[in-house]
Design a protein around this ligand. Structure first.
Ligand code: DGL
Length: 277
């Protein structure tokens, strides 16, 4: 049976647009509701308690929009707060699990690197899941807190000396460990793909969490018989918790196109668990 309800996608801010971009490619006919918590971004430097309470509100907002499925398009939420999804009345997908599966099947030398925000790396979710699937794997992790502001300030060119120098410093432990596969565990990192590739070399496989997640969402919706069978291009609705002057510039960098309509939400109203179960 077709299910025309939208897929809900949320992130701490606009970074999740890189995941939405992959979802759109793989599921062009689906309707999407995107929520970016731009009033409270970044999540990556916050405590687990705060990230969990924010994630619950974000999920409650999407439930109020009648979504059939929720994607946490945020590395930090997926690493720290994925367990909050157990209480949801709809299926849920984070970005950790499928990027880990993709990395485990890509590696030849069982040396896998993971980069993400400080909260993601301190949480260790990727490492735990890699070792579950590949107990002999050697996992090297590094947080890269300057990558997000660099991208949002428009510094992403693979030949930019500032970008390359920051990347060289953050990625040094990956080169030292000889990883042949690197998980880009944060929404903004695909924008730095060229620079990261330049430092890591052509032979290291870079895992785009948006792409692996989008393929998994499609697989699950197909198995559940919940795809939208309308063959026209799906609708997209965009919501944010603060409309900043930089919205246009940053969304353009991350989505690669202009967002025409965006709505403001008072996310603090979505407290508690009233929409759940
Ligand atoms: N969206 C976040 C992530 O993927 C990065 C920005 C933030 O720290 O909130 O981890």
């Amino acid at each position: 049976m077709a299910d025309n309800r939208p897929i809900g996608v949320f992130d701490s801010g606009l970074g999740g647009l890189t995941v939405l971009k992959e979802l759109e490619k793989v599921l062009p006919n689906e309707n999407f509701v995107y929520f970016g918590d731009t009033g409270r971004v970044p999540y990556g430097s916050r405590s687990n308690e705060t990230i969990i309470s924010y994630a619950k509100q974000d999920e409650n907002f999407l439930l109020s929009k009648g979504v059939k499925y929720i994607v946490a398009a945020c590395g930090t939420v997926s690493a720290v707060a994925a367990h909050t999804a157990k209480e949801l009345p709809v299926n849920f997908m984070g970005v950790v699990e499928n990027s880990v599966k993709a990395a485990v099947s890509a590696t030849k030398n069982q040396k896998i690197g993971v980069i993400g925000t400080s909260a993601t790396i301190n949480n260790g979710a990727h490492k735990t899941k890699i070792l579950e699937l590949m107990p002999n794997a050697k996992v090297t992790t590094a947080d890269c807190p300057l990558f997000v502001p660099l991208v949002e300030e428009g510094f992403s060119d693979k030949d930019d000396i500032v970008v390359l120098e920051v990347a060289r410093r953050y990625l040094a432990p990956m080169l030292e460990a000889g990883v042949d596969t690197l998980i880009l565990g944060c929404t903004h990192y695909p924008i730095l793909l060229g620079a990261i590739k330049k430092i890591m070399g052509e032979n290291v496989t870079l895992i785009n969490m948006g792409n692996s997640t989008a393929l998994a969402v499609k697989e699950e919706l197909t198995a559940l018989n919940m795809l939208n069978e309308d063959t026209t291009i799906g609708n997209k609705e965009f919501y944010v918790s603060d409309l900043t002057a930089s919205f246009g510039k940053i969304s353009n960098i991350l989505l690669g196109k202009k967002i025409e309509n965006v709505n403001l939400v008072d996310i603090s109203k979505y407290e508690g668990s009233s929409n759940r179960n």
